[in-house]
Each structure stands twice: as structure tokens, then as C-alpha cells.
Design a protein around this ligand. Sequence first.
Ligand SMILES: [Zn+2]
Length: 466
Amino acid sequence: MKIEIKLRIAMADGRICEEEVLSLDKPHDRLEAIGLSLAEAKDLLGRLQEHMVAAQAASFAAERRCCSHCGRSQRSKGRAVIRFRTPFGDVPISSPRLHRCTCTAGESKTFSPLTELFSEHVAPELLYLETKWASLVSFGVTVDLLKDVLPIGSTLSPETVRNHLHRMAARAEAELGEERPSFIEGFPLVWARLPVPEGPIVVGVDGGYVRARDGTQSHFEVLVGKSIPEDRENRYFGLVQSHDDKPRRRLREVLREQGFQMNQDITFLTDGGDSVRNMAVAMSPCAEHVLDWFHITMRLTVLGQYAKGLAHHNPSEAEDAARELKRIKGYLWNGNHRRALPCVAWLIDDLDAVETDYPGMKAFRKAAEEFNTYIANNAGMIPNYAERRRYGERVSTAFVESTVNVVVGKRFSKRQQMRWSKEGAHLLLQTRTRVLDGTLRRKFEQWYPGLAVNNPAHQPQVNIAA
Ligand SMILES: [Zn+2]
């Protein structure tokens, strides 16, 4: 059968434009020919987009043809072509140039009315799609994905996508306020008069490493965090430690967007590192700093794996070590570092005395010593986890997977030999954290309010039953 698709546009000035867009010869006796093919759909969307954009641009230009002061028609001085990149193709737009009316003195002699409308040459929704997908998968896969499903311009390259993502992240960065040594505002009398806050907020902050592309170091540190309010949506945040000069402001803004106020309970669960603690310091007069139980168990798990390895060589010594580890875990869970630390010391002594051909023995001893230092250094941040749990308080923000693995691991992939510049990693972290917690679209709608109108999530629900 023959299918003809026609477009009818009622222009702003009342004219009607009718055009044939596409005609298709479609068989109706083969499964794969039923409906539009991907190629036909892309062709159709691309053609529709060209007609629509041309009509809209023409209407905009027509309204500016006459002088806005005296109403006289302004003479044409030729045309140029603007390329507008959209999710449905790169659209060439014929842009008129006009002689400015003589009644407006002092300004340039000619002007192009469409430069006012096309202040950017990439459609916001294309920027959004590129930023979203490149935050989740590589720049190259993003290009493949978009080209597969959309009639997107053939010139779209991984470099373009990266540049666009960086531009969007930099735009958000520019909106961040100035850094301060402390974000504690007001004083106790003022806090006492604040309204009753919502439930407590728990913030987990953790450090990880990303492979460096240039410089003398092979890796650099990233900090990532997750803020979990009792009554609101979770938020992620991230930064490159040696690149970012506003870590506290960054955290402060996430908390502010979550409605945080000075009289609200807030707990920071961290791995105890200095950089992590520096970020969380001076955020609130009600802040409590706790060693994240996740980091204790991770280290104990590693020690337990060494004990299992030792069991193949020295079963009885391995059994002793495993028993000691279990006891240490029990003491720490109950917040009793005073009894846990001597046990760790005994474990180290026992391990020193073991004669074995277990190849992991040296690493086992080293890990035990590091654990000893870790617990001793962070003893002041070890609460009674068992009691906290009984009262329904969080002892960890990482239940299934560490926040570092979620935010950094997959996209910055340690396994592939992907290398990053500090700035590139930092900017990607800004968009990736927003994609992960679902706030990227909101940011774009703040920049381009018209996008909100087209978002199905904002459409009022139609009650069909009524
Ligand atoms: Zn005029």
C-alpha cells in the first residue's frame, strides 16, 4: 500500500502551509514491514523537524521585520544559514539580515533577528540527552545509542558529546556560591526559634581513586557522598579533591536543596579520612561524626579472607585467627574499642608467630597492622552500633554497594584502561551524581523553563474513569 504523510501548519499570521512530508510504499504481508521501520521513523522525524523549525523561525523573523519603534518595514540585506542541532537532526535555518530602521540611531546598521532566538545552536533537549547518557555510559557508546534511535546529525562525535557535557557541568558549577570556612549560621537563640525540622539527615562521605591521564601521579582522589534525609529524596554529590576549591559549599548546597536547617540532627558517616572529615566539618552545630560501619566490616572481611587462605596451610592457626576476628567484630559492633584494640594486638602477635608457607601471610600481617592503626586513629568516632541499630538509626549509608562503587566505579571503570584529567573527572561527577539521584532534568528545566511543559512527569493526570 501507499502511505502519504502530509503536514499542515497554521502559521502565527494566519497563513496555512500544507506540505507533503513523506510517501512510503509498504507491503502488508510481512511481519517486519508492519508499521514504521527505524530508518523510516528517523527519516520522518528529521523531515518533520525541518518543516517545524523553518515555520517557527520564519514566524519569529516576520514579527521583527518591522521596526519596533515606528513600525516601518526594514530592508533586507541578504540571508545567512544557521545550523541548529536537535535530537531530530541538524536543521539548516535561513536567517535574514535586515537594515536597522533609521529611527534607532547609535546601534549597528544591520542585524539578524534570529540570533535573538537561537542564542545557542544546540537544542536544550539534545544537550540533556547527551549529558544524561554520557553520565551513565562512555562518550562513544552515547553517540552510538543516540544515532541508533534518532535522526541525529552524522557529525555527532564522542568529542562533541564530551564538550557539551562539560559545558552543562560548568554552567552548574558557575552557579555555586563562594566557599566558606564554616557554614554554621546564626547562634543558639536563633536556632531555638527555628521551626521544628523534618527528620534527621544522614550523610555518607567516602573517598576513591581514579586513574590519571596526565601529571606525575598515576591516580587522584575523588570524594563522593550520599545524603539521606528521613523524609525527602536522597541526593548524591562528588568532587575531585585536588581540583575542587569549594567542597564545603558543594555539600552545603545539596543539604540546602534537601531543606536542611541549623537545628536539624545530622550525622556524617565517613571512613575517617582527613579529607572526608574536612568536608563535613563546620556544617552544623548539631552534627555528629561516626565511622561508617561499612568500612569496618569491609576491612574485617578482607582479614577473614586471608584467614581462609591460611586455613589451606595451617588449619588450627587459621581457626584461632578467625575466632579472634569474630570477637573483634563483636566488640566493635558494641562500640567497645577499648576491648577490641588489645584483641587486634594479640592477633598481630599470633600472626607474627605463625610459621607457614602461605604466600599471603605477609599481606595478612600488614592488613592486620593497618586495621590496628585505623581503629586506634578513629576510636573517637566509634559509637555503639548495636544500640544505634536498635533505635533505628543508620550505622552505614552503603548497604549493598559502597557509594564510591555506585558513583565512580562503573563510569570511571577501573578495569578498562580509561584515564581522566582532574577537570574532566570532576565535571563528569557533577552530571553523573545528578543522573543517579534523578535531579538532572530538574536542573535543565530550571535553565530552560519551557522544557518542563514538555515533561510527562509534570502533566496533570487525566481521570479517564470520570
Ligand atoms: Zn523605526
